[in-house]
Design a protein. Structure first.
Ligand code: ATR
Length: 274
């Protein structure tokens, strides 16, 4: 049988850790397959996706800045892509390009893995309202939370996001953070604060209840200043690396036919590359 080929496309794409993750799984599972990195300019992404049937690829991942263009270009989308408004995983079915989104699944699987019981909680506070926040809010609502508060520097953006989801989700400006913290069972930082050496904190962890679970979708550094402050305050924290690893699982299984595991060995491999 011919080698099974998949890819990640982005612009730039050199920073993507997906080839490392999928390459590790291909080797571990002994699959005759490859996972390539392809840089595609925004002007070329639609033609690239349209040309996938017959290209030799069984599918691939889509990363920044192509997730919205992929959403618009595919012939069919799964429910996760519809809910998140973006496509990060492509595959071909009956000669048509299909798109899914695994970001919310990855977010939830990371918490299932590292903080079992997170689904039994009620109220979440999501800091930030960018593209990543939409997947996070969808995941939290799917887990059954009764209330999600979104705070954002630009309140209008939080409102736009909340409007996509209905009555369980409320929008606020950042000035509301301090009053929302004492009621939060789960806090998720989706802002870029704390990334790459930035020391600013998106919220003051002192006001959180003792049982609060704190997570960050930023994973460079692995322990963000926000997670460090929460941990020093004695709170349970979960870093964002697991979301990256878990979001890769459904695509791999679809293309290569075997479900891969997120192991400590894989985590260590990716950490060494951060
Ligand atoms: P992504 O799609 O990865 O979530 P994004 O769309 O650029 O990235 O969103 C980044 C988030 O970080 C936004 O919520 C942004 O707030 P605005 O919507 O007001 O821009 C937030 N953010 C970035 N820098 C910030 C800062 N210095 N202070 C507060 N929030 C910040």
């Amino acid at each position: 049988m011919a080698e099974i080929r998949a890819f990640v496309c982005g612009h730039p794409v050199a920073h993507s850790r997906s080839p490392l993750i999928h390459g590790h799984w291909l080797k571990e599972l002994g699959i005759d397959g490859s996972y390539e990195r392809i840089d595609i300019a925004p002007s070329d992404i639609r033609a690239f996706i349209a040309g996938l049937p017959g290209s030799g690829f069984v599918g691939g991942n889509v990363t920044i800045p192509h997730k919205e263009a992929a959403f618009e270009t595919v012939s069919r989308r799964d429910g996760e892509a519809e809910a998140v408004g973006a496509v990060n995983t492509l595959w071909i079915e009956n000669g048509k390009v299909c798109g899914g989104n695994t970001d919310a699944i990855g977010f939830a699987a990371n918490l299932d893995d590292r903080a079992p019981g997170w689904r039994e909680r009620d109220r979440a506070l999501v800091l930030g309202a960018g593209g990543a926040a939409r997947a996070v809010v969808h995941a939290i609502l799917s887990a059954g939370y009764t209330r999600v508060d979104i705070t954002n520097r630009t309140r209008a953006r939080a409102q736009e996001l909340a409007d996509l989801f209905g009555a369980r989700v409320r929008a606020h400006g950042n000035e509301a953070v301090d009053t929302l913290l004492p009621a939060a069972d789960l806090v998720v930082n989706t802002t870029s604060l704390g990334m790459d050496g930035d020391v600013s904190l998106p919220a003051d962890v002192a006001a959180l209840p003792d049982h609060a679970l704190v997570t960050d979708i930023v994973y460079v550094p692995l322990e963000t200043p926000f997670l460090k402050a929460a941990s020093e305050r004695g709170l349970k924290t979960v870093d964002g690396l697991g979301m990256l690893l878990h979001q890769a699982v459904p695509g791999f299984e679809r293309w290569f036919g075997k479900r891969p595991a997120v192991t400590q060995q894989l985590r260590d491999l990716v950490i060494a590359d951060l």
